[in-house]
Write a protein that binds this ligand. Sequence first.
Ligand SMILES: *Cc1c(COP(=O)(O)O)cnc(C)c1O
Length: 457
Amino acid sequence: MHKIDIDLVEMTMDVMKYAINRISETNPKIGKPLKEEDLKALVGETITTEGIGGEVAFNLWKDHLMKANVSIDHPRHLAFVPASPTRAAIMFDLVTSASSIHGAYWMEGAGGIFCENEAMRWIVSLTGLPDGAFGVFTSGGTAANLSAIVTAREYWRSLNNQNKFEKGIIITSVGSHSSIKAMAKVADIDVLLVDIEDRLEATILKESIDLLPETQRKRVFAVVATAGTTNAGIVDDLKGISEICKKEHLWFHVDAAYGGGALVADSVRHLFNGIEKADSITIDPHKWMFSPYDCGAIIYKNPELAKNAHSQEGSYLDIFKDEGAHGFNPSDYQIQLTRRVRGLPLWFSLATHGTNRYKIAVERGIELAKLAGEMINEMPHVELVREPSLSCVLYRRIGWKPKDYTHWTYENHTKGVALVTPTKWKTGDNFETVSRFCFINPDTTEDDIRLILNSMN
Ligand SMILES: *Cc1c(COP(=O)(O)O)cnc(C)c1O
């Protein structure tokens, strides 16, 4: 099969042509899903004993399957946290695949890991963490959060024997990302949720801790703050929370999966003050650092603690720890063994463009959120739910019920105009369905925003 692949030279050209076209596409179709049975009816059987041939399969992809995906980099895809990988990064994602690198251990992937580490050093420098802090690239924020939570828990258990028999507790707020609760489940850890979606203030955290009975208090080992909530872009009181963590001897994890990119933006950097006191920080380069999927990052103040928690043992792995194979082994610091050098596309893009271009591109997202806020203030049929924060804007269409938002979302998506989805925001005791923008793509224009807002009229 593999030698025969040499016959695929022509196919290779077709694939490269397709990739070049897609990479240089400035106005991609937004794309929308079809039902599985409809896709099946369009493409028929594709996995057969003899194979259907590359040309046929590729045409099925181009004609039908590709169109059933939403292009995350469409300038009017403002739902969830969109993405907008640079062309340089996407090109180097192809190079990463073509280079066949195992990114777990220095012995096998030194060149690739070297590049990843160069990019990581820049990210760490944005956080202001002390010397010695370092991180690794993960598959995303979820894996980064899990790696951090497990590191914190193992450290806590190493502190005294009794902790080894306790089920740990982490404290976070309602505003934190779903992955915190999901990963706590994976690690068999209880979560104490402070009932606030707005900024988590130190005083509220302190009250929640003080209210705990001693049997629970002694099980608490970490606080997870969010620097840029996914729903509303809110940055918790990192400085105040860090002080409480210090006093209470709790691990301080900052989930900046979405917001971390904004560390480079001078206009909002002050919101992150206190992040330099974190024990661990999650940042997703595949969100606001313009990397292709999938690329998350976990950074530790003391990477040795992560190594204690995650380094895998096995006779077949001993050679990697030998003097002769010395070097940085990314697999020691997070949950994954075999890994793609997924920080490599980011490295190439940073090297190509320089970090100032990143600053400008992130500032543009923040500016777009402000501009959207101003437009919403001017238009009579919509109003802001809260002031824009980072690049998130929550707003309501006056008079609309939840089903109106849903209907409008589907209608715009079906027409290929935009993907903007509803969310909820709690006012008092009431969960209100509202509309939400999240800006990442610096190529989104004011006209794009106006077009979307006008379509609600
Ligand atoms: C997106 C996000 C995550 C999850 O990251 P994935 O890369 O999707 O796994 C975690 N935390 C926050 C704050 C996020 O915005």
